[in-house]
Design a protein around this ligand. Structure first.
Ligand SMILES: C[S@@+](CC[C@H](N)C(=O)[O-])C[C@H]1O[C@@H](n2cnc3c(N)ncnc32)[C@H](O)[C@@H]1O
Length: 279
């Protein structure tokens, strides 16, 4: 009997490591330190859709067929987002952070992992209402080019307008949400003046470095897909990109506890995950 038997779970881990290594070497995308549980789910979703039976067969397919790779890539990017997502975070930002930004001569904000741009559009509306948009530059980045194109176009899903209007009001919006978009033949677009101060560009948090210094960084619901090692690496990049006394906002299920840089921040609002760099 062989002494080299692996359980099915262990074997699948080996196959997954090989698949991710292959993708990295063949296509340059580095998912090797994404959370195993999340990557595993995405891989099996794709295996079923392609009518395959195991991870190695998917590996063979994506190595030889770049279209198949791009289909899998689409599964790895998780573009879920919405306007004024977690409305209370925007409400607290408006109440507690905006007054501290007011005195700055200019403001730089980075949305790292902005997906299709709804979070960025929400911030632009908020800053416009607070009279700060003209002196702000918003940088919005993501790894996913298709999502970035949608963000650049300022497209908003028409079927989600009801939810977004509710979110806007819960986030402290005082005007009519419809003031902020044009709709034409079923296509809804954010008004151009709200997009004027936004720079949208591709940036990979895993492989690219810091590119500016910011007063506010939002990196929400991105690092939940990373393992601890990668999370710490990205926190370092964020820390290096944040001005002293700048604000970091992460997603509702994320935390700075247990990261090596936790003591460099003070918690400004715990339920809404707003932190301030203090050293
Ligand atoms: C769930 S969405 C979050 C969008 C938005 N921040 C929000 O909270 O609504 C996660 C985003 O992270 C992006 N992402 C994943 N890995 C990334 C990486 N290495 N660099 C930059 N963005 C990444 C995905 O493409 C996706 O758009």
């Amino acid at each position: 009997m062989s002494q080299h038997r692996s359980s099915d779970g262990e074997l699948e881990k080996i196959e997954t490591v090989l698949l991710l290594e292959g993708i990295y070497r063949r296509y340059g995308y580095d998912f090797r330190n994404y959370s195993y549980a999340s990557i595993h789910r995405r891989i099996w979703h794709r295996i079923h859709l392609e009518g395959l039976s195991n991870v190695s067969s998917l590996q063979e397919q994506v190595m030889h067929d770049s279209d198949a790779f791009f289909r899998l890539l689409g599964d790895f990017f998780i573009p879920v987002t919405e306007m004024f997502r977690d409305p209370e975070t925007f409400l607290v930002f408006r109440r507690d952070v905006v007054p501290l930004l007011r005195d700055l001569p200019y403001i730089r904000i980075w949305h790292a992992g902005c997906s299709t741009g709804e979070e960025v559009h929400s911030m632009a509306i908020l800053l416009h209402e607070e009279g700060l948009l003209d002196k702000t530059r918003i940088y919005a980045t993501d790894i996913n080019e298709d999502a970035l194109q949608r963000a650049k176009d300022g497209m908003i899903s028409i079927d989600r307008m009801k939810q977004y209007t509710k979110n806007y009001q819960a986030a402290g919006g005082t005007r009519s949400f419809s003031d902020y978009y044009d709709s034409d033949h079923g296509v809804v677009m954010l008004k151009p003046h709200l997009r004027r101060n936004t720079v949208i560009a591709r940036h990979n948090l895993v492989t690219d470095s810091s590119f500016n210094e910011f007063h506010v960084i939002l990196c929400r619901n991105v690092m939940i897909y990373f393992n601890n090692k990668l999370r710490d690496q990205v926190h370092k990049l964020i820390y290096e990109s944040l001005a002293l006394e700048g604000f970091l906002i992460v997603g509702g299920k994320e935390s700075l506890s247990f990261t090596p840089l936790a003591d460099r921040y003070e918690t400004r609002n715990s339920p809404n995950r707003i932190f301030r760099k203090i050293r």
